[in-house]
Design a protein. Structure first.
Ligand code: AKG
Length: 336
């Protein structure tokens, strides 16, 4: 890192320590998050990149009020089947691929995140497995995460060059406590973040479905002691954060909904929507899903693993996907 970059980083840290942010920067909010946002006027002048397959005005109004949208029957069965074939290939032959994978089982502590080939094969098809950024290897993953129905919506809310930030692929429910994404999945502008939850099969109630609190993107932000982002200097814990969200969402009357969508549907949620993974009540029940986080070029002009490096940009359906800075030989090793 250059001296100038080090000084800039230090100055940013000192500023955050002295004046911890308690809200998103109002100057950088996506247009739709401003209280005066005029959806009808926006839609009149918006030119979608792809033919619209849903009523955009209706979806944007719903997003404004509730912090999420569901795009029904948006994605073809074939595209999903091809992505899952790539996942199966990976799990059958993990030794052939380089992919950071996390298994939250005590037996893998203290090193629960490793290259996939370093885990016993039988554990890769079990619970608590998170495949990180498999879209780097799978070109079908890239096509799926930038599906025209998703891209149209992201371009509408951000009005900027959309970039992929990261992805997670799950075979089983995550059972993650309630959280908002922006304190963890951080770009230079915390509000430039949205996520898509793409079910790879019909979701059932006993599989630990995703849940969310409707309208909770408007909740006052939690203060980790050093502001709204979680860092290694935060004095308050993720569990305190989860308790704050669960308590406040109930107190403020934000209804808790369970996501029982079907293969082909997509949920897109706001950076501040409180959500989590429900309890798995049938241990045999899978909940195959592909969870993708997006930002803007302004907020994320680099691959998150190499902020100092110029990224190599690939474009899929108008969305930028930076090449993995360390494993370029793995990029699209599974071509579409
Ligand atoms: O799919 C899940 O259960 C959790 C995903 C999630 O919360 C996230 O990626 O932010």
């Amino acid at each position: 890192m250059s001296l100038l970059a080090k000084l800039k980083r230090k100055a940013t840290q000192v500023q955050a320590d002295l004046f911890p942010p308690t809200e998103f920067d109002p100057k950088k909010l996506p247009w739709i998050d401003h209280s005066a946002a005029d959806v009808a006027a926006f839609v009149r002048q918006f030119k979608p990149r792809f033919p619209l397959t849903y009523n955009l005005e209706e979806k944007l109004r719903f997003w404004q009020k509730n912090g999420y949208v569901i795009l029904e029957k948006a994605i073809s069965d074939e595209l999903i089947a091809r992505y899952w074939q790539d996942v199966e290939e990976l799990l059958e032959h993990p030794e052939k691929y380089k992919l950071m994978t996390r298994i939250d089982l005590p037996k893998f502590e203290p090193n629960q995140e490793r290259l996939i080939g370093e885990f016993p094969k039988e554990d890769l098809k079990g619970k608590y497995v998170k495949l990180n950024d498999f879209h780097h290897l799978s070109e079908t993953g890239k096509n799926l995460m930038t599906h025209p129905a998703i891209t149209n919506f992201l371009e509408a809310i951000f009005q900027q060059q959309v970039v992929v930030m990261q992805s997670l692929t799950f075979m089983y429910g995550s059972q993650q406590p309630t959280h908002q994404d922006f304190p963890w999945v951080t770009a230079k502008i915390a509000s430039h973040l949205a996520a898509a939850w793409i079910p790879l099969e019909d979701i059932t109630i006993d599989s630990g479905p995703l849940y969310y609190y409707v309208g909770s993107h408007k909740l006052p932000k939690f203060n980790f002691s050093n502001g709204i982002l979680f860092t290694n200097r935060s004095k308050r814990t993720p569990l305190e954060f989860a308790n704050y969200l669960d308590t406040q969402c109930v107190a403020q009357g934000y209804p808790k909904e369970t996501l029982l969508i079907k293969r082909g549907d997509v949920l897109i949620w706001h950076s501040a929507l409180a959500h989590g993974g429900g309890l798995i009540t049938n241990p045999d029940k899978t909940r195959k899903s592909f969870v993708c986080h997006y930002s803007t070029k302004e907020a994320l002009p680099f691959h998150r693993f190499k902020p100092q490096q110029e990224p190599v940009v690939q474009t899929y359906n108008g969305v930028s996907i930076y090449k993995h800075p360390d494993y370029s030989d793995q990029e699209n090793i599974l071509p579409a």
